[in-house]
Structures are given as structure tokens and as C-alpha cells.
Design a protein around this ligand. Structure first.
Ligand SMILES: C[S@@+](CC[C@H](N)C(=O)[O-])C[C@H]1O[C@@H](n2cnc3c(N)ncnc32)[C@H](O)[C@@H]1O
Length: 246
């Protein structure tokens, strides 16, 4: 199964020369950020560790440190895209574009597929777009400034069918369940949905436990930090797995 082969190849560090080059290129750009003095507004929806109802200006470097996927998770998203070869990908929660860059790099190596990434904060989208331009991934990654709710409704009206979705946005129980429900009309018959931070709060753990029981999900994989749901479009028994990324 492609998801397990992606987990296995990350854990065994199996990369082609071209994959290594792309990972290094994306990582190097991410690593430049700590020098950046630029600031942007950050709300606690995307930055759980701030606590409370915080919305304040932070340096982009700080936002990246707190919110962006880790190198290991970025590489995993990249390898998952490589293994699944999706056609239409959706990301909820762009921030400064780190996770989108790893997915976009995977699509570029696959020589097919597009990613639409959604973010409500303009200054973060601006920073993400700069990153995609520098990586020459603009033809693979499109950004959408807006709220998840209204954007998902627009995409449903456009009759989009996504086969790969990464949810890394509003890290609260009800919001996560609501995003999952709103996704249903725009999923392809066979689709993979990845949730980030499924364990970081009681609410997120509850959301994951509810979502993975949904009858449309044939397989769920608990990776500790991330959770994967596979929709197969056929009536087969449900299976649950645990795996680790190391
Ligand atoms: C954890 S960060 C995303 C990190 C990014 N995926 C990465 O790893 O590089 C979550 C982002 O989702 C955005 N967000 C949260 N709730 C949202 C909503 N309802 N609509 C649009 N954007 C939202 C936040 O502004 C924040 O930038």
C-alpha cells in the first residue's frame, strides 16, 4: 500500500538523488527564515502553543518555528505525494508555506498534480507565495486567501474532486470535525486525508477518534503526530493501524 511504503522509505531513509536534492532545497529555504526580521500577525488558531485567544504580531521565523511542520513530517508529506501520485491536492492551513513546499516538490518530481493551499491571513500568504516563486513551484501550487468554511463551499460549487488533502488549520475539536464534514462533497472516490497534530490536545484527540470511525473511511493510520484516513470508495471492512515515523 503506497502509504506504508512512504512510511517505510522515510524510516529507512530511502531517497533517490533527485528526491534528496528537492528535500535539501526546500529545507535550506526554511532554514533561512530565522534570519528574517519580517513580522506577521498570528492567531492562536494556527499557533496552539500561544494559548488563550492570542492574536499578535510575531517574527516570521517565530511563526515558522511554532506552526510549520517539522523536517520529518515535511519529508513524509513529500514521500506520500511521491507514492500516491495525486492529481488534485488541497491543504487547509498554508501559514508561510513550508508543508505546501514539500508537497509541491513531490508533485514536481511526479510531473503531475496541483496543490491548492488555503490561508486566512494575507501576510502569511504573501510570504508563502515568495517561497513558491523562489522554488519555481508556482505552476504546481496555487494559494487561496480566505476562511476554510467559505472556500470549501466555493470548491463544492465548482465541483472539485481532491484525491489528497492535508488538514493543518484550526486545531480545535469542533472546527476539525466540521472541516472534515465540509470536505465530503469535494473528495474524489478514492482519497487520502492527512491530519496534523491529532494528539496535541484533548479536543484534537477526540476529533481524531470521531473522524476515524466515519463509515466512509476504510483505513486509518495513527502516526502519533499525524493521522491518515484512506477512502477507498468500495465497501470493505474497516482497518486501523499504528505506525511510527522516526
Ligand atoms: C499550523 S499552521 C499551518 C502550517 C503549515 N501547514 C506548515 O506546516 O507549513 C495553521 C494555519 O491555518 C490558518 N487557519 C486557521 N484557521 C483557519 C481558518 N478557519 N481559515 C483559514 N485559515 C485558517 C492559520 O492562520 C495558520 O496560518
Amino acid at each position: 500500500m503506497p502509504c506504508f511504503s512512504a512510511i517505510d522509505s522515510v524510516n529507512k531513509r530511502i531517497f533517490s538523488e533527485r528526491e534528496r536534492k528537492w528535500i535539501e532545497t526546500v529545507w535550506r529555504l526554511q532554514d533561512e527564515l530565522p534570519q528574517s526580521k519580517k513580522e506577521a500577525f498570528a492567531s492562536n488558531h494556527g499557533l496552539p502553543y500561544l494559548g488563550g485567544n492570542v492574536c499578535r504580531s510575531l517574527r516570521l521565523a517565530e511563526i515558522a518555528r511554532i506552526s510549520s511542520v517539522t523536517l520529518l513530517c515535511g519529508i513524509f508529506l513529500f514521500k506520500l505525494v511521491r507514492a500516491l501520485r495525486p492529481v488534485l491536492c488541497l491543504e487547509l492551513g498554508t501559514c508561510i508555506g513550508v508543508s505546501a513546499a514539500y508537497q509541491g516538490a513531490g508533485l514536481e518530481l511526479n510531473r503531475r498534480g496541483k496543490l491548492l493551499t488555503v490561508e486566512k491571513q494575507r501576510d502569511l500568504i504573501v510570504s508563502a507565495k515568495k517561497k513558491f516563486t523562489r522554488l519555481k513551484l508556482n505552476h504546481r501550487i496555487a494559494t487561496k486567501l480566505g476562511n476554510f468554511n467559505s472556500t470549501l463551499a466555493d470548491l463544492a460549487r465548482e465541483k472539485k474532486a481532491f484525491d489528497f488533502v492535508f488538514i493543518d488549520g484550526h486545531h480545535e475539536r469542533d472546527a476539525t470535525i466540521s472541516d472534515f464534514k465540509s470536505l465530503q462533497p469535494i473528495l474524489a472516490k478514492q482519497a487520502v486525508i492527512i491530519f496534523d497534530d491529532i494528539k496535541w490536545s484533548k479536543g484534537m484527540r477526540e476529533a481524531w477518534n470521531i473522524i476515524k470511525q466515519d463509515s466512509r473511511i476504510a483505513i486509518d493510520i495513527d502516526l502519533g503526530r499525524m493521522g491518515i484516513c484512506i477512502i477507498e470508495g468500495t465497501r470493505s471492512g474497516k482497518k486501523s493501524f499504528n505506525a511510527i515515523l522516526k
